[in-house]
Every structure is written in structure tokens, then in C-alpha cells.
Design a protein around this ligand. Structure first.
Ligand SMILES: [Fe+2]
Length: 190
């Protein structure tokens, strides 16, 4: 194996550990979002965690024939507030996309590992999209727009599917009695 290829494998291992740890982190963030009354945010963290599971599987396939090993650094993190958790997630996804992922994409390309480079390039785009969505939800929390809008909108209960039109989400769902936390703006893409 050439030195360049070894570099690529080493970076892939780093990214694998990093994203595997991220899956767990986002599961913890999802639990906190439930506690804080943001069901929609919780669902997004879990959705992203599940998609990252797919990314790590792809990366693991690239590593299957490699014997490289590495360790990850851990630092104490606090998980106590969903707004901070969202902002942390934005920063992680943005920084990694432009950092380790960009380096990995370039080095894999230079090493002639075009399949790996192409896949990493796609994952970078996905990570930027994650950052954008996490940021939009953080802005909603900061601007009191999670359960309230200037114009009437359709709110749907994530629990039972009850739909209500108005400027504010109801305090409790008439369909299932679950609290306002379960409401989100109805989005139809069919
Ligand atoms: Fe409901």
C-alpha cells in the first residue's frame, strides 16, 4: 500500500470513529430534546443518527481489507439544553465537512481511490445539509417560532396525526391529549 493510500485509510478510520460516536451523541441529544419539549427536534436527531449509521456502513466496507487502528479523543460534554445541542451539531457538521472530510476527499482522489473520494464528497454535502437543518431549528427556538407563526399555518400532531390551522400550536392535542411539544408545521411533499 502506498503512503498516500495509507493516509486515506487512516483518515477513513478517523471518520468512522467520529461518526460512530456522533450517532450516540445525537441519540442523547434526541432524549434531551424530548425532555425540553421539542419532539420535532428529537425526531430530526434520530433521523440523522440513522442516516449516519448508513454512512458508517459504507465507510466500514472501505476499511474491511485494512488493518489500520486508531483511537478517538473524548472530552467532557454537557447535554443539558437542546438549543446548545443544536448549535453544537451545526458546528460539528460544518467543521468536519470543511475539515477532515475535505482532506479525505482530496487525498483519496490524489491516491487514485476515486470511489472513496466520490462517496466522501456526497457525505460532505449531506453533512452541510444537516448543519443547515439543525441551524434552522435552533433559529426557531431562539425566535420563538417552534410553536408560533405570524400567519396561520397547519399544525400536525406527531403522536396522533391531528391537524389544526392557526398561528399557534394548541397547548394540548385534542386527538391524543399530548402536549404542544408534539406539534409541528405540516409539510406535504407528495
Ligand atoms: Fe395528538
Amino acid at each position: 500500500m502506498s503512503t498516500t493510500e495509507q493516509n486515506v485509510i487512516s483518515l477513513l478510520v478517523n471518520v468512522w470513529y467520529l461518526e460512530t460516536a456522533r450517532i450516540r451523541l445525537y441519540e442523547i441529544y434526541a432524549k434531551q430534546a424530548v425532555k425540553d419539549g421539542y419532539q420535532q427536534v428529537a425526531a430530526l436527531f434520530l433521523e440523522v443518527a440513522e442516516q449516519k449509521r448508513s454512512h458508517t456502513k459504507t465507510i466500514y466496507r472501505f476499511l474491511e481489507e485494512s488493518s489500520s487502528e486508531t483511537t478517538i479523543s473524548t472530552k467532557t460534554m454537557s447535554f443539558e439544553q437542546t438549543l446548545k445541542n443544536l448549535e453544537h451539531a451545526v458546528s460539528l457538521e460544518d467543521t468536519e465537512s470543511e475539515g477532515v472530510y475535505a482532506t479525505l476527499e482530496a487525498q483519496a482522489w490524489d491516491a487514485g481511490l476515486k470511489k472513496i473520494s466520490t462517496k466522501i464528497k456526497l457525505f460532505r454535502r449531506i453533512k452541510l445539509f444537516y448543519a443547515k437543518r439543525f441551524n434552522a431549528l435552533a433559529e426557531n427556538i431562539k425566535n420563538n417560532r417552534v410553536f408560533e407563526r405570524d400567519e396561520p399555518v397547519k399544525w400536525i400532531c406527531r403522536k396522533c396525526g391531528f391537524i389544526y390551522e392557526g398561528e399557534k400550536a394548541l397547548k394540548n392535542c385534542p386527538g391524543c391529549e399530548h402536549p404542544q411539544a408534539y406539534f409541528e408545521i405540516l409539510a406535504e411533499n407528495y
